[in-house]
Ligand binder design. Structure first.
Ligand code: HEM
Ligand code: HEM
Ligand SMILES: [Fe+2]
Length: 462
């Protein structure tokens, strides 16, 4: 660890791990309900378990993003965090918000707006947490006067995430209007500003892990961000096909969202090229697995599987089916789950002195088990979804009749889900089995903190 205040990241990571486990438990419960019989039908029905599953996902990923930022920013800006106390308060408030929101969902206290079900007091708390976070990070960078490109991209991504949450505070009577604005938050998060967050972490990790040239990496990052914006903003229209807005959104959505994978292709090439050019210089090959894995799995889950149902002619059949769940899982996990696990795997050896730098064998098992499990789950959702579309939308069977005929795919979903869950258990056990010791390694700290450096001098010291 180079800076004492980086220790705060550990507590964010630890919380993220616990919420991840809880998210998976509710995912397995939701999947089991597809198989039935459901003894919890009246206590904990599917809609409740699914809301808890997806909300915990957003909370653990955001906790991971914030922890990872608290790890990255001191290193990039070569300074201590502006306020560790503020960061602890922020974590406490965020956890309190998350826990009470989940308890509320158990008692049907929520807004019912998919993925944005948080009640108003919780939404306001999220806004306060984001402001505390952005203030702390902003002040740290401002005081250090050292601002690198990965930090810039990361901060724009995080700042815009907070801004784009504001439409979620509004409530509309009209369903079409409500859903129109819902996508400003959800779509522009996952296919816009969160990709910038992922890109920022990816650049940081690739520079550290491969020793790649900072200037070259920065240029790639600008290209990726440019592509994300060109396609992603109007790509929002791929959610407007059937919601009651004018039909001109159909060609707009089809055209621009079909361009969206370009940024993800660039991202995977970026990661691969960095490795090819510089070789594997860093001993932490486990973090490298997660980093490259995230870039490649994003291309598969978001790029390929998103593209597969993004044209109106396809989407009119697949909209809102298990095909959406297929893509949602692979994309979310690859892009945001894996990048958080990558930063954690990179940071851990510096926080837990007993941990081998290259990672433990349990860590590699966790990687491959999770990957196989998620791949299997994606295939299960895909096969279930194809059969569902055929039976329900082409043959005209009722929803429940079609569900009964595709039970075998849910068996496969539960089996591969258990495989994935064991991979998560391995990661979490591996995380907690070494105790943290927050020792500052002065030798690892580059000199020149607080002074704006040229890119060349920077490269020499990175
Ligand atoms: C990292 C990036 C991405 C993530 C995390 C992601 C995640 C998701 C999620 C969770 C949903 C379900 C949303 C809901 O119904 O509430 C969804 C829907 C959708 N996504 Fe993505 N996505 C990503 C990128 C893409 C890309 C690049 C494309 C197109 C090329 C795409 C195309 C779609 C389409 C068409 C839908 C709507 C499905 C329907 O009509 O039911 N996604 N995505
Ligand atoms: C053991 C692991 C998991 C199982 C068994 C599981 C199962 C499920 C099930 C059954 C649903 C409801 C689908 C529906 O509405 O028909 C769901 C929704 C969802 N899950 Fe998971 N899940 C797991 C892990 C994950 C992970 C790791 C992520 C992301 C990193 C994730 C992201 C999502 C998302 C975004 C949705 C909403 C999709 C939509 O509405 O279309 N899940 N999950
Ligand atoms: Fe989208």
């Amino acid at each position: 660890m180079r800076y004492k205040s980086q220790s705060i990241a550990y507590w964010y990571f630890a919380v993220a791990m616990l919420l991840f486990v809880l998210q998976i438990a509710f995912g397995l419960l939701s999947a089991a309900k597809y198989l039935g019989p459901d003894p919890l039908l009246y206590i904990l029905p599917f809609d409740v378990t699914k809301v808890i599953h997806t909300n915990l996902l957003i909370v653990w990923v955001l906790t991971g993003f914030m922890g990872a930022t608290y790890w990255v920013v001191p290193e990039e800006s070569r300074t201590e965090l502006y306020s560790t106390r503020l960061a602890y308060w922020q974590l406490g408030l965020f956890v309190a918000m998350g826990v009470t929101a989940v308890i509320g969902y158990l008692f049907r206290y929520g807004t019912g707006n998919k993925l944005l079900e948080q009640p108003l007091p919780h939404k306001l708390t999220i806004v306060v947490v984001m402001l505390m976070f952005l203030f702390n990070v902003g002040m740290t960078i401002w005081r250090s006067k050292r601002f690198t490109t990965p930090e810039l991209v990361l901060l724009i991504g995080l700042g815009c995430s907070a801004l784009l949450y504001l439409p979620a505070l509004l409530e509309f009577e009209n369903y079409t209007v409500s859903i129109f604005y819902r996508w400003w938050t959800i779509h522009l998060w996952v296919e816009g500003v969160w990709v910038m967050i992922q890109g920022g972490f990816l650049a940081y990790l690739l520079i550290r892990l491969s020793g790649a040239d900072r200037e070259v990496m920065d240029k790639w990052l600008y290209v990726i961000v440019g592509l994300v914006f060109i396609a992603g903003i109007l790509g929002t229209a791929h959610h407007y096909y059937w919601v009651g807005v004018p039909t001109y959104w159909l060609p707009i959505g089809g055209f621009f969202s079909a361009l969206e994978p370009a940024a993800l292709v660039a991202m995977a090439m970026y990661a691969y090229a960095a490795m090819r050019r510089s070789g594997l210089q860093h001993p932490n090959t486990l973090a490298l697995h997660w980093t490259l894995g995230s870039a490649i799995f994003t291309l598969f889950g978001a790029g390929l599987l998103g593209f597969a149902h993004t044209f109106p002619d396809v989407n009119k059949w697949t909209h809102g089916t298990l095909i959406t769940a297929m893509h949602g899982h692979a994309a979310f996990y690859g892009a945001y789950g894996m990048i958080v696990l990558a930063v954690i795997s990179y940071a851990l050896p510096a926080i837990q002195p007993g941990r081998p730098e290259r990672g433990t064998s349990l860590g590699y098992w966790a990687f491959w088990t999770q990957l196989s499990g998620m791949f299997g789950m994606t295939l299960s959702f895909a096969t279930a979804g194809i059969a569902q579309v055929y039976l329900e939308r082409i043959m005209g069977l009722g929803y429940l009749d079609a569900q009964l005929k595709i039970q075998v795919h849910f068996l496969m979903l539960v089996a591969t889900g258990i495989l994935f869950a064991s991979g998560v258990a391995m990661f979490v056990i591996d995380f907690f089995r070494y105790s943290p010791r927050f020792v500052v390694d002065d030798a690892a700290r580059p000199t020149g903190g607080g002074v704006p450096l040229t890119a060349t001098a920077d490269r020499a010291r990175a």
